[in-house]
Design a protein around this ligand. Structure first.
Ligand code: GRF
Length: 205
């Protein structure tokens, strides 16, 4: 089995990254974590990646000022240096330009803490509570230039409780994310996903 080479892009804590690292330790997992890249030198997840003896890189976006493409060219160079097949955005808090997204079309995944297309953008748990929805959750999707709008690969739902706060909701949604991300990368790495317009079809063998 040739394992697909995954890069995980992070900005912070990296709990989804950690879930993916753990999943990839299984002998039959079809992907390996070939690179963890952070856009912030202080991203907490970097320490966990180093502890797991993974290759890490920092491309500090503040060095590039407003030039998003220059930042992305530096990211691209790191990805190419590691011969990356799949890029997983896991709490990566930079919007990517069409330049970058088009280079990785169909190979770039994101995890979003809401049931898309509801609650795009930031502060999803606050928005879900304000809207009074009874069901909330997380989505893994392919990235397209428009934010939080690409074809959905996997979703996990949970019930909103009367006494939920944004914090309690976030904790349960993150547990869903930690299950969904390794599963979505597995399906993709096994070549079982086909993008058909807005739909992602999953071949069950
Ligand atoms: C997750 O909730 C993810 O959905 C969102 O940012 C958070 C990142 O958490 N995009 P972590 O860095 O993986 O712990």
């Amino acid at each position: 089995m040739t394992r697909r080479r995954v890069a995980i892009l992070i900005s912070g804590r990296g709990s989804n990254m950690a879930a993916l690292i753990a999943a990839a330790q299984a002998a039959d997992y079809p992907a390996e974590i070939a690179l963890v890249l952070a856009n912030r030198p202080d991203a907490k997840g970097l320490a966990a990646a180093r502890d797991a003896r993974l290759t890490t890189a920092i491309v500090d976006h503040t060095r590039f000022g407003k030039d998003r493409e220059a930042f992305e060219r530096a990211v691209q160079a790191e990805l190419e240096a590691q011969a990356i097949d799949i890029v997983c955005l896991a709490g990566f808090m930079r919007l990517l330009t069409p330049w970058f997204v088009s280079r990785w079309e169909g190979r770039l995944l994101n995890i979003h803490p809401a049931l898309l297309p509801a609650f795009k953008g930031l502060d999803t748990h606050e928005h879900a509570l304000a809207a009074g929805v009874k069901i909330h959750g997380a989505t893994v999707h392919f990235v397209v230039p428009e934010m939080d709008s690409g074809p959905v690969i996997a979703q996990g739902a949970l019930a909103v409780r009367d006494d939920d706060t944004a914090e309690t909701l976030a904790a349960r949604v993150q547990a869903v994310e930690r299950r969904l991300v390794p599963e979505a990368i597995r399906l993709f790495a096994e070549g079982r996903l086909t993008i058909d317009g807005r739909r992602v079809r999953i071949r069950h063998t």
